[in-house]
Design a protein around this ligand. Structure first.
Ligand code: ZN
Length: 71
């Protein structure tokens, strides 16, 4: 099962409950779902051949931002 990547898990400096955590692809995480903490966490897991595989839609959402914003 691919794992989603957290986009925001804080609002105004307060950690959000997991059901309010926003992931990059828009998936709504379940209460005990395992998530990548951020993009760096996911990329390092790919690079080191970690056992968890990131969600392709989350990765694409991150790449879309880079392609759009980094000239
Ligand atoms: Zn995802």
């Amino acid at each position: 099962m691919p794992k989603h990547i957290i986009k925001y898990d804080h609002r105004d400096g307060v950690k959000l409950p997991q059901y309010q955590v926003e992931t990059w692809c828009g998936h709504q995480p379940g209460a005990f779902e395992w998530l990548f903490q951020d993009a760096q966490h996911a990329v390092l897991c790919i690079e080191h051949g970690g056992s968890q595989v990131p969600c392709k839609r989350c990765l694409k959402a991150i790449r879309d931002v880079i392609d759009r914003e980094v000239k």
